[in-house]
Every structure is written in C-alpha cells, then in structure tokens.
Design a protein. Structure first.
Length: 610
C-alpha cells in the first residue's frame, strides 16, 4: 500500500509560513518590500496591538490587475523571476513567491488594489488560504493590504508571541532596516492610532538623522570607495562615538539589509587602537556588487548573503574606513598643554641681524653673609610668652555616642556574619577610594563608590514604589531626541521617571522635553542619564515592572554616586557608613560586587611575622 501522498496547498503554505512568517514584524517586512518593488513613492504602515489584531500596509505603487491579485496568493507565483538564471541577476527585494501565500495561510487578508490604467480596482478577501470574496471596487492606484488576526488558525504560534512591547520593537526594527535603504521613499508608522514616525523623502544622510536623531549627524564620517569588485558607500562613526553596547550598525548590499559578522570584524579592525577594546562603533555601510557575485538564496529571510570575493572586499572595507578616518582627521593626535606658553618669535636666518650668545652677568662683590643694618628684619620679641598667658590647655573631647553607634551597628547584622564589627567614629580614606575603619575583629575596608551606589539604589527603588522624590526645575529645559523604537520604550518608563523626580513632557516625533531632574542628580548630565536608562532597559527584553525599576534605579545610582578619588570628610564618611549599614544587603552592590571587606587581626599579625 502506498503511503506517500501530496500535501494540500493549504498545509504546504502553513509549513512555509513557519519559515517566512515568524512574527508580525515578518509580515510587515514582506509587505513593505513588495511595495518598494512596486515602485511606491509613499508607504504607510498601520499596526494595532503590535500586529496581533491588525497590520495594514498602504502604498501608491503600480498595483495589480484582477488576475494578478488572485495569482499573487498562489505558491511560487512571482513577477520577479522567470527562470533559474534570474536568481543570479536579482534587482528586486522578493523573488521566492512564498510571502503572500504564507501570510494568507495563517491570517485573514483583505486586499484593495488598482493599476493606473484601470478605472476600477479589485477587492479580495482570503481566510486561511481560501478566497472568500472577490469583487470590483473603487480605490486609489496601488495596493492596500490589511492582515487581521495573525495565526488565528495556529493557536500554538499565536500563544508564543512575545509581549506587545517586544513585538512592537521588532516591527520598528524591520521598519528601520527598510527605510534606511530607501531614502527617496516617504514612510510613516502608526501604532494603535498614534503616529510613531513620519519620514519624508530625503537624501541618505538626512534619512539616518531623521531616524536616529540630530546628535548622530555630528558623529558621522562619509565613506565612498569604488573598485572593480564592489562600491562601498555610507557612513561610519567617529572614534568618540564608540559605545559599549547598542550601537547602530547596518550593512546593506544591493538595497537589501544583511548580517555579516565577517565584515563587522573588518570595521573593528579599521578602528584598532582608536576605540577601547569591547566597545562598538556605529556604521551605515552600503555595498553595490554584481548580483552574480553574491548569493541571497540561502534563507527565506534573505538576510544571510554569501560573497564570492569576501576576503578581497574585507581588505577594501578596512582601507576605505581608514581612509575616511584619516581624511577627516578623526584619528586622535597627541595634544600638549600650551596654556601660558611664552611667545617665542621665529628666528630669521636671512635677516642680517647679528645674534650673540646669551651671557650671564655676575656681581662679584655680592656677599650673602654681609647684611646692612637698614635692611635687617624685625627681631622676634623676647617676651612672646605673654601673648599666650591667659589661654588654658583644652580638654580632650569625649564622644558620648560611640557606644550607641556600636550597639546600633551590631543590631543591623547577624551575630555570625558580623561578630565583633564595632565601627569606630574615626575613619580614614585611602587613595580617595576606600574608607578604612578599625573594628573589633580587625580593619574594615569599604569601597566608597560601591557603598554610595548601594545606598542610592535602595533609595530610588523606594521612590518608585510610591514615595515620590523631590524634583529640581531646570532654568532651560533639555531636549531628548530618541529613535522611534527607543521612543516607544521610553514611553513605558515615564511613570517610573516621574516617581524618581524627573519632569518630562512628550513633544511627539521621538522628542521629549526634560523640565526637571531629581535633586539627587546633582552635577550629572540628565540627557546622558536618560539615554543610559533607555540602553539599560533595551539591553534585555523587560516584561516585568520590577526588572524595569531595577535597571532604571541602577543607572540613576551609578550617575549620582560619589566617584573614586573624591575626598570625603570624616563626617561624610560616617554618614555614608551609617546609611550603608541600614541597607538590607550592605555587603554587595545591586550587581553583586563586594562593598565591605575586613582584614582580621590574625592576618595583620602574620604580615609582621608575629
């Protein structure tokens, strides 16, 4: 009995959808790429509930006829290629013919489309690969795709979608990749009826600035090199733009976003010895190569691309970036302190002026042991003791609170963990970094920076739990400009920031006005602190409110704490230790680093051979 049979198209489409349609961002990527291939000048993306409920992509491209509208949802139906050889001469984003049938297999699709030479368009409705309605309609030229209830017939896939915040971040990420490679096309993105970003047609540099903010414009250096193997254009960051994480890094080849770890190493090689090890540099690099020299048909997402001459292009990329760094004088040079230097005129060899060697004039009659009576200094009076006759010797000051402080310190710790830790009221500072205090068991050493981070972290956590902090208004409001993805993330942080003492107002378009800052944030740059908070939260998918508060409080504590090398008075050290010992965990920082260490008497005696 035969057991092998042909799968129905609906089942085959659902299998293909597992590779092509992984989440709502995959749908937006495919539909936006189709709109670009259709020659659209304007593309609008509207999302509801991070794509769970609805995804709508509207373009003004060339549209589709009635027959093409139906054929577009058939498996392996495409207008991009006709034969196998066309795979090595691709000039379009799509070519597989799998995207639309895969989307239609796991969602409810509604399409309105019309070509420029038709008076009426086509209204097509598909549900689970089945066409449920088709009729003529009046609609603008182009295509209007609406995808509703994604994975409605695959509950397991829908259940494993991440939170709306995470899915929206993925959507914005795919949106950014497409808008960065099509600067002449106007784009807009809306979520739940709120416009997130609107990008007009512009040049490439302006598009990058519109997406990631004006601050990035000052940090970019242009790259442009043309060889027989490839042409590389775009922008790289100056060495001072290096960051430890979350740098904006993009590679594109022939108008297509790609991941390429090998070329990423080439960029880092060009910055060798210019940026600290482990830090990342922003770059936006565009490769133009012959389509026959690359292979994009490796994975359905088409982000993994193989180059025929990748080692040669690696060398070209390194040379191009180093050339840009040298051309724009971005390589740091040794600068000497010239403040207060003498004005030394340049010697003129041809001026005809006689130059004599300098001579030292000495007074041979000078005797340092001979002094004149008129120049003699006043002598100290013989009866100087009378000046201090009425001053009594001061009694030594006795502190009555030492025992109370010691008892309080004992009560804050378990007997086994801190047995004999009786803190003295006399403290010493070593190298501006450690506080040394004699205790009963030996010598206690406290890292002052980590101790202050622990104290401030606990305070900020309490403030975000309901105890609103005091705010200090700024004379001139500071402006914070964020990318669309960071702006969405920042909106979820606003309530926590208000409880910390920030006064922030949204101006729209990723712009925020900082009108007030916490009183604890004295001397720190509020824009830098807020930017670090966004990076810390974006670093990991934050779904719980507690985790969000932890990361925000940690950034605040690190920026507001005293630094290593800051000189403290005895009273300041005593206050810091008192606040530290009131913490539930004074031994460790919020990230688990040691704060307190004790050098016991036995260890000290061994040092001296006793």
């Amino acid at each position: 009995m035969d057991i092998i049979h042909l799968l129905p198209d609906s089942v085959a489409n659902q299998i293909a959808a597992g590779e092509v349609v992984q989440r709502p961002s995959s749908v937006i990527k495919e539909l936006m790429e189709n709109a670009v291939d259709a020659g659209a000048a304007t593309i609008d993306v509207l999302v509801v509930d991070a794509g769970r409920t609805s995804i709508q992509v509207i373009d003004d491209g060339k549209g589709m006829s009635e027959q093409d509208a139906r054929m577009a949802f058939e498996r392996h139906a495409t207008s991009k290629i006709k034969q196998a050889e066309d795979l090595y001469a691709l000039h379009t984003m799509g070519f597989r013919g799998e995207a639309l049938p895969s989307i239609a297999a796991v969602a409810q699709v509604h399409l309105l489309t019309r070509t420029i030479d038709s008076e009426l368009g086509t209204d097509l409705t598909i549900e689970g690969s089945r066409i449920t309605n088709q009729e003529v309609c009046s609609c603008p030229v182009g295509a209007n795709f609406e995808i509703r209830n994604l994975f409605f017939n695959v509950p397991a896939r829908r259940k494993f979608l991440k939170s709306n915040q995470t899915e929206l971040n993925n959507i914005i990420q795919e949106f950014e990749r497409i808008v960065l490679v099509n600067p002449t096309v106007s784009f807009s993105l809306s979520h739940n009826g709120t416009l997130i970003t609107k990008l007009p047609s512009s040049n490439l540099r302006q598009r990058i600035v519109n997406v990631f903010g004006k601050k990035l414009n000052e940090q970019l250096l242009s790259v442009d090199v043309d060889t027989t193997l490839a042409r590389i254009t775009g922008f790289v960051g100056k060495p001072e733009a290096a960051r430890k994480k979350n740098a904006n890094q993009f590679f594109f080849v022939n108008g297509r976003y790609m991941r390429h770890p090998y070329f990423h190493k080439a960029v880092l090689e060009a910055y060798a010895h210019l940026i600290p090890e482990g830090e990342q540099i922003p770059y936006f690099l565009y490769f133009e190569v012959e389509p026959s020299n690359i292979d994009v048909n490796i994975h359905p997402t088409k982000t993994e691309i193989k180059f025929e001459n990748d080692s040669a292009i690696w060398q070209i990329l390194v040379a191009a970036i180093r050339d840009s760094l040298g051309k724009f004088n971005a390589v740091p040079t040794i600068e000497f302190d010239v403040e207060g230097r003498p004005d030394i005129p340049t010697f003129d060899f041809h001026g005809g002026v006689e130059v004599r060697a300098p001579r030292v004039q000495v007074n041979s009659n000078y005797n340092p042991f001979r002094s004149d009576e008129g120049k003699r200094q006043k002598q100290t009076p013989v009866d100087w003791e009378q000046l201090y006759a009425n001053i009594q010797k001061a009694e030594p000051i006795k502190h009555d609170y030492v025992d109370e402080q010691q008892e309080e310190s004992k009560s804050l710790f378990s007997d086994e963990e801190h047995k004999g830790m009786e803190v003295s009221n006399c403290h010493f500072q070593y190298r501006g970094q450690y506080i040394l205090t004699p205790v009963q068991t030996g010598l206690m050493m406290v890292d002052q920076h980590r101790a202050h981070v622990r104290v401030l972290y606990d305070r900020f956590c309490k403030q975000m739990e309901g105890q609103k902090a005091s705010s200090q208004g700024l004379l001139f409001p500071e402006m914070l400009q964020l990318s669309p993805s960071d702006a969405v993330l920042f909106q979820n942080m606003i309530d926590g920031l208000h409880s910390l003492g920030f006064d922030i107002e949204s101006l729209g378009g990723g712009s925020f006005s900082v009108n007030g800052v916490p009183s604890d944030l004295d001397g720190a740059n509020p824009i830098s602190v807020l930017t670090q908070m966004v990076e810390a939260v974006r670093e990991k998918e934050v779904g719980m409110e507690k985790e969000l508060q932890h990361r925000m409080a940690l950034v605040m504590a690190r920026n507001a704490s005293i630094v290593a090398g800051q000189v403290l008075t005895n009273q300041e050290m005593e206050s810091l230790l008192g606040d530290l010992f009131q913490s539930q965990n004074p031994n460790l920082t919020p990230t688990g680093k040691v704060i307190v260490s004790i050098l016991e008497h036995t260890q000290i005696e061994k040092m001296f051979g006793r």
